[in-house]
Design a protein. Structure first.
Length: 319
């Protein structure tokens, strides 16, 4: 691995703002991002990445690589929650194991956005269809996680599988990125140029502010998670690393572009801390959010954007 890339990534302003958020909470500062502003920024990031992806997809010719990307994305999002569920059952009850497995089978849109920023900084091209892959990978893991919970925990409450599927596919983050992707595809290119400064020029600034808040959220929730012991802490680092490295290597069989392969590897390594908690609140209310949210947000997310990205990139460039 090129350690210059690792150092460059660790000194990326967006990651440094994430660390600033952790420091702010550690120092008991009154620094705070208003909830309404945080929600707006998260919606903006999803809108920008979806719209830009749609514009790129509109100028792309459908190919076997696009088809394979979609198939691989769905397969990854369905397989990961299965094997992680049975691994987690060594230490957790079915409800918590299913919720954590769903989180690690699903994806993190902000990690994806960070990976896009990494590619743009390195001037590595990627294709817009990867945004569609990200959106399609959000829901399958949630459905698989709920089905596993219901199979092994007969006392599990919550809505029907049909209602869970509906909630997973109409979740605000999924709807925003899919809707923006579709609008980007059908929008007139000349008209789309008018909003390019909004979707491109200010993107990294908003990402930095969003990661500042993510750092504060991480610091507030992480202390309670430590009570669960070493096994889950190791899981939150090793499993994403294994998933990401495996996909980074295996993707060479069906994909050629470095950018697309890196984004698919990051999606396999990432874990959801927005869509899954919202779905599990309804489908598995007995699962502990104080377990899977700190795991995904406090360990997996910073690992991927600091160390994971350069590692997956090194594997891809050498295969």
């Amino acid at each position: 691995m090129d350690f210059q890339i690792l150092i460059s990534n660790l000194t990326n302003p967006t990651l440094l703002f994430f660390l600033l958020g952790i420091v702010a909470v550690s120092l008991k500062s009154d620094l705070e991002i208003p909830a309404s502003s945080s929600k707006f920024i998260s919606l903006y990031l999803l809108f920008a990445i979806g719209f830009k992806g749609g514009q790129e997809l509109a100028h792309s010719t459908f190919s076997s690589e696009i088809a394979w990307s979609l198939v691989l994305g769905l397969a990854i999002a369905s397989i990961i929650p299965f094997y992680t569920f049975y691994l987690l059952r060594l230490r957790l009850d079915p409800s918590n194991a299913g919720a954590v497995a769903a989180a690690y089978g699903s994806v993190s849109a902000v990690t994806f956005v960070s990976a896009v920023a990494f590619l743009e900084a390195k001037e590595i091209a990627y294709h817009g269809h990867m945004v569609a892959v990200m959106a399609l990978m959000e829901a399958p893991a949630i459905v698989v996680g709920v089905m596993l919970i219901r199979r092994y925990d007969t006392s599990a409450g919550g809505g029907s599988v049909r209602s869970v599927i509906h909630h997973a596919t109409t979740n605000g983050s999924v709807l925003m990125v899919l809707g923006s992707l579709l609008i980007g595809i059908i929008a007139d290119s000349k008209q789309a140029e008018g909003i390019k400064p909004f979707t491109t020029d200010i993107f990294k600034g908003f990402l930095a502010i969003f990661l500042l808040e993510m750092g504060m959220v991480t610091a507030r929730r992480f202390k309670a998670f430590l009570n669960y012991g070493f096994f889950l802490s190791a899981f939150a680092i090793l499993i994403p690393a294994i998933n990401g490295c495996a996909v980074a290597w295996l993707s060479s069989w069906v994909m050629e572009d470095t950018g697309n392969r890196l984004l698919l590897a990051v999606l396999a390594a990432s874990a959801s801390y927005i869509a899954v908690p919202a779905a599990m609140r309804m489908a598995a209310p007995q699962a502990d959010p104080g377990l899977y949210i700190p795991m995904t947000l406090g360990l997996t997310f910073p690992f991927n954007i600091s160390v994971g990205l350069p590692v997956y990139h090194a594997i891809i460039t050498n295969t």
